[in-house]
Design a binder for this molecule. Structure first.
Ligand code: BTN
Length: 122
């Protein structure tokens, strides 16, 4: 079984801390991104998420949003936790980064999408 709680790093060098789940599967944490779409000084930003109740297969699904403290954007991550035969845990995620644009005519450029794999550092 995969435990989301802990310190995780992705392929970009971003770090996040996920705190313990409550009984409803809701969790909080913080995200320190290594990159940004703006030139603003990066600040550690809060995240809020939910984990599905663990299935019998163990590859529990989860999602969280990061409310950036240095930009008007927000990112939503969804993913699954996997454990390999050596016990190494990875969080395999897909994200959407929504940027604030001045008008609905600009929505074509408002959303970025990507994938990210997190490995446990603590
Ligand atoms: C912004 O640029 O407005 C906020 C920071 C966005 C960082 C993105 S979220 C998806 C990707 N994965 C990361 O760890 N950082 C970038």
């Amino acid at each position: 079984q995969c435990d989301l709680q802990g310190l995780w790093k992705n392929e970009l060098g971003s770090n996040m801390t996920l705190l313990a789940l409550n009984t409803a599967g809701i969790f909080l944490g913080s995200y320190h991104t290594s990159v940004a779409a703006t030139n603003k000084k990066i600040l550690v930003s809060p995240l809020q998420g939910a984990q599905q109740h663990p299935s019998t297969k163990g590859h529990t699904t989860f999602g969280f949003t990061v409310q950036w403290q240095f930009s008007d954007s927000i990112t939503a991550f969804v993913g699954q936790c996997f454990v390999d035969h050596r016990g190494k845990e990875t969080l395999e995620t897909t994200w959407l980064l929504q940027e604030e644009v001045p008008s609905h005519r600009d929505t074509w450029r408002a959303t970025r999408v990507g994938t990210s794999i997190f490995t446990r550092i603590k």
